[in-house]
Write a protein that binds this ligand. Structure first.
Ligand code: AMP
Ligand code: ZN
Length: 114
């Protein structure tokens, strides 16, 4: 599997070919604001490696997936976000529309009913 896919909108954001409101990035992860927020804070945590869906995660991506969660925790703390919901859609029928895995972080109002 290639690191980036030139048809993929999130790979284009990672490559800085299209703009996004970037909150954080390191060598392996980029975090940016969702363009169509469904909560006052709606950020996307995206591995820079192009992995299409949750079902495509393999043993070799285990460390990357752990790192993704550590970055969620770090970025949340740095932004004083103490309550959040994480969502990862897997497959079109679950609502996935961008086939490059990402965690949605939703916060800023009561998320119990989302
Ligand atoms: P999903 O439906 O789980 O695949 O989530 C894709 C998310 O990406 C949606 O919440 C969209 O609003 C968001 N999105 C799509 N295009 C962009 C973009 N260019 N910049 C930021 N967010 C985007
Ligand atoms: Zn991609």
């Amino acid at each position: 599997m290639s690191q980036l896919d030139n048809q993929c909108i999130f790979c284009k954001i990672i490559n800085k070919e299209i703009p996004a409101s970037i909150i954080f990035e390191d060598e392996k992860i980029i975090v940016f604001k969702d363009a169509f927020p469904k909560a006052p804070i709606h950020w996307l945590f995206v591995p820079k490696k192009h992995i299409p869906t949750h079902m495509d995660i393999s043993q070799e991506n285990k460390e990357l997936m752990g790192h993704l969660h550590v970055i969620v925790q770090k970025v949340a703390k740095e932004n004083n976000i103490n309550h959040y919901k994480l969502i990862m859609n897997c497959g079109y029928e679950s609502g996935q529309r961008v086939f490059h895995i990402h965690l949605h972080l939703l916060s800023g109002k009561t998320q119990e009913e989302v």
